[in-house]
Design a protein around this ligand. Structure first.
Ligand SMILES: C[S@@+](CC[C@H](N)C(=O)[O-])C[C@H]1O[C@@H](n2cnc3c(N)ncnc32)[C@H](O)[C@@H]1O
Length: 426
């Protein structure tokens, strides 16, 4: 879909098919035409720029259930349906799709599953460690055999007190695994099975079910401090019990790969082998050639809401990553002027790497309870960098979900909104 008016017509005439079992997307043209569409259209006017805004339920989590291979938790990640929508709309097989703030790699994995080539970048080294291995899905018997060869010591020590999270034997197993993987890396013998094991183990470190190595704690992407965990244990009257590290790695692998048939595995591998996985500042990505990218789909670091460093201290420990050093490099801006200044530099770099006719789909959250509308700030920034602001796409999805907070179930209703500014490079 190359021309702006084609994209506009598509968004305007769009409705999610309700009758089809798959809840697939439908574009209503012809006799039943755009009237069936529920897209609301208005305009965003900012600094002399007038950009059409399309509001609809463009994607839902029910529609085309995302592949199981995505199911890795990461703070502030988006649902795979978001990049899927723009990848389908704006690229062909073989095109390069890039995410400069890649996180758990949602865009890269989704693009890979759709046969696009990928570039993923994130300044947090945990990001590469969690996305790259999933392009190389292991065969279960090979993984099991490899896990069996890793020597687990009887009494391994973690170098710090982790007894509020794990039982003693679990600590020994984790420390043995950690040492083993570190040694393979040092010796240059680390292979794709090692990287897979590292990725899965990193994701099983803490969480709130028996599928994790730890006793009940916050979700896996928000490790609490040792003191806070002690308090949680007292409040819940709980003591960490033994968790079999090998077994849980196998279990999570089975869950992650349940939708991955031989075709999907081969496809992802092909894309992974050609892909570019970087851990640079998004403002300076010199390994990416000029004009090589067809589509950027991304969500940037938001204003002041997420502490990637402190959330990830246990993940950093397991992977021998210096958390303080990483935190100091991560962009975490509390001030809107600093944030827009940072984004200005990013957009200059995006303009360099995107091909003429290519697009940027840039998710801006509703920050500070909707009082700060970042789309209004991003439109002029993209425009100053040379992009044409094509549309603001607002996905509104009603949801009812069960939330479980400290063991209490609540049914919560609400609206989930994603706001994406879409740009085109002329
Ligand atoms: C909102 S998250 C992206 C989540 C991603 N869409 C996903 O689905 O997982 C923003 C990411 O920006 C990264 N980041 C922060 N500052 C950065 C910078 N200067 N350059 C590149 N990445 C950065 C953070 O590490 C974080 O992973």
């Amino acid at each position: 879909m190359a021309l702006p008016y084609e994209v506009h017509r598509f968004l305007e005439g769009f409705s999610l098919g309700r009758d089809a079992a798959s809840d697939d997307m439908v574009f209503n043209e012809g006799p039943d035409g755009p009237d069936r569409s529920r897209t609301r259209v208005d305009h965003l006017e900012v600094k002399g720029l007038k950009v059409p805004r399309f509001v609809n339920e463009f994607w839902t989590s029910r529609q085309r259930q995302a592949s199981s291979i995505h199911e890795i938790s990461y703070r502030a990640c988006f649902k795979p349906q978001l990049p899927a929508f723009f990848i389908d709309l704006l690229t062909e097989k073989g095109d390069v799709v890039y995410d400069p703030f890649s996180g758990r790699g949602t865009t890269a994995i989704e693009a890979g599953l759709k046969g696009r080539n990928v570039i993923a970048n994130d300044i947090n080294p945990l990001s590469r460690l969690m996305s790259y291995p999933r392009f190389f899905v292991p065969k279960l018997p090979e993984l099991e055999e490899r896990l069996g060869t890793i020597p687990f010591k009887e009494r391994g020590r973690a170098g710090m007190d982790l007894s509020m999270f794990y039982d003693g034997r679990t600590i020994s197993e984790l420390e043995s695994l950690r040492e083993h993987l570190a040694q393979r890396k040092r010796e240059g013998t680390e292979d794709e099975l090692d990287r897979w094991i590292r990725m899965v183990a990193t994701n099983r470190l803490t969480g709130h079910s028996k599928g994790f190595f730890s006793v009940y704690t916050l979700p896996p992407n928000q490790a609490v401090t040792q003191q806070s965990q002690r308090k949680i244990n007292v409040k819940r009257g709980q003591v960490p019990e033994y968790r079999d590290v090998r077994k849980l790695i196998m279990k999570k692998t089975r869950d992650l790969t349940k939708d991955m048939g031989p075709l999907e595995c081969r496809g992802l591998r092909r894309v992974g082998e050609k892909g570019l996985f970087l851990d640079l500042d998004a403002r300076r990505t010199s390994p990416i050639p000029d004009g090589s990218v067809r589509l950027i789909v991304t969500s940037p670091p938001f204003l002041d809401i997420v502490q990637y460093g402190t959330d990830n201290w246990l993940r950093c420990w397991f992977n021998s990553i210096d958390m303080k050093e990483v935190s100091s490099r991560l962009t975490m801006l509390k001030d809107l002027d600093d944030w827009t200044g940072f984004m200005r530099e990013c957009f200059i770099e995006f303009f360099r790497v995107v091909a003429p006719g290519g697009h940027v789909a840039f998710e801006v959250g509703e920050v500070r309870k909707g009082s700060l509308r970042l789309d209004e700030h991003i439109v002029p920034i993209g425009s100053d960098a040379g992009f044409e602001p094509l549309a603001v796409v607002v996905n509104q999805q009603e949801f009812t979900k069960t939330s479980n907070i400290w063991g209490v179930n609540n049914m919560k209703r609400g609206t989930n909104t994603n706001r994406i500014v879409l740009f085109k490079k002329p």
